[in-house]
Design a protein around this ligand. Structure first.
Ligand code: UT7
Length: 324
């Protein structure tokens, strides 16, 4: 049966690394009180990377894409589909995927963005897999990239300490060997108010609130519930019991969410890839960043079953179960 396999991964982080102590000192100068102790205890985050002025989502996405192409042994011209998952695009239009395609100097194939906030990468990967299975594409670059630092209210300590910038990418290729084994995507638009950046550009002005707003506790509870159900759904659909899943790579928002998810599923936390301590929450970039980190440090190996999961604004969530 024709399907799609991941043949390369890559990622890219901005140069500027900001520890919790550095961030707390910066915020203290504006009269906002927080601490390394609070951030670590409530979230597990120890540092984040923040993009310099002039670095955009496409800058990070292009660098991650180049790394993934190199890992796959491919040239940009071999790619006939580029999907970028992002909520912080360079422009209203064209899509960030088109900017990446121009940067890679590989015109001709399809290029578009997917907007599913922190579930974006899982949505994009599922879309690319479907297009490949339908014979509409052969080789795709699937990228999650964000500069969330641009949509944070830096006077709101309940959100500004949680996020970072970055990008991760995979090359997905048509193949007869099993790769993507199961996927599910879900949304509940009625939950919009618990996590949103409810502004837009109209008549030359920003209309509404351009900053990210979150009801952290509501998001926390919903995230654990939906991720648990989505993991079970993927495991059943693929006929692969949870104990045969070698690694879980869930969205990296809070180490307490990851621990609660592992506990609910009965999966040892040693089998959950955790990068939120290093990268903070990078929204659509978090899953491919974590995937690439764990592949490059040797944890993830060919032949293993890996469950990637996204959850976030919309509310959206979903899973992709893949054999590497
Ligand atoms: O990627 C999208 C998905 N996003 C998520 O999954 C995030 C889900 N939510 C969470 O991770 C957690 O709910 C948070 C990390 C956002 C918050 O943790 P919490 O344990 O739910 O804390 P809380 O909101 O109940 O706040 C506890 C206290 C409050 O003070 P009082 O009212 O108890 O006096 C806050 O004002 O902590 C205070 N607080 C802070 N203190 C120091 C909130 N932010 C900070 C801060 N530093 N940065």
């Amino acid at each position: 049966m024709t399907g799609s396999v991941i043949t390369g991964t890559g990622s890219h982080l901005p140069e500027r690394k900001v520890s919790n102590d550095e961030l707390a000192a910066d915020l203290a100068r504006q009269g906002i009180e927080t601490s390394n102790e609070w951030i670590v205890a409530r979230t597990g985050i120890r540092q984040r990377f923040l993009a310099e002025k002039g670095t955009t989502t496409s800058t990070l996405a292009t660098a991650a894409a180049r790394a993934a192409l190199q890992d796959a042994g491919l040239q940009p011209q071999d790619i006939d589909l580029i999907i970028v998952a992002t909520s912080t695009p360079d422009y209203v239009f064209p899509s960030t995927a088109c900017v990446v395609q121009a940067n890679l100097e590989a015109p001709g194939g399809a290029a578009f963005d997917v907007q599913a906030v922190c579930s974006g990468f899982v949505y994009a990967l599922t879309t690319a897999d479907a297009l490949i299975q339908a014979g509409r594409a052969q080789r795709a670059l699937v990228i999650g990239a964000e500069v969330f630092s641009r949509i944070l209210d830096w006077s709101d300590r309940s959100t500004c300490v949680l996020f970072g910038d970055g990008a991760g990418a995979v090359v997905l290729e048509r193949s007869d060997r099993p790769g993507i084994l199961a996927a599910n995507l879900h949304a509940d638009g009625s939950q919009l108010p618990i996590l949103c950046a409810a502004g837009n550009v109209a008549y030359g002005n920003v209309v509404g609130d351009p900053f990210l707003r979150m009801d952290g506790q509501a998001v926390f509870k919903l995230a654990v519930n939906v991720l648990t159900r989505s993991a079970q759904e993927a495991s059943e659909a693929a006929g692969i019991p949870l104990e045969d899943i070698h690694w879980m790579v869930p969205h990296q928002a809070n180490v307490r969410i990851l621990n609660a998810l592992a506990r609910r599923l009965g999966v040892p936390t040693e089998r959950v890839v955790i990068t939120v301590d290093q990268h903070a929450n990078t929204s659509a970039a978090s899953v491919p960043l974590a995937l690439d980190a764990a592949r490059r440090d040797g944890r993830l190996q060919a032949g293993q079953n890996v469950l990637m999961q996204g959850v976030g604004g919309g509310f959206t969530w979903g899973s992709v179960l893949v054999r590497l």
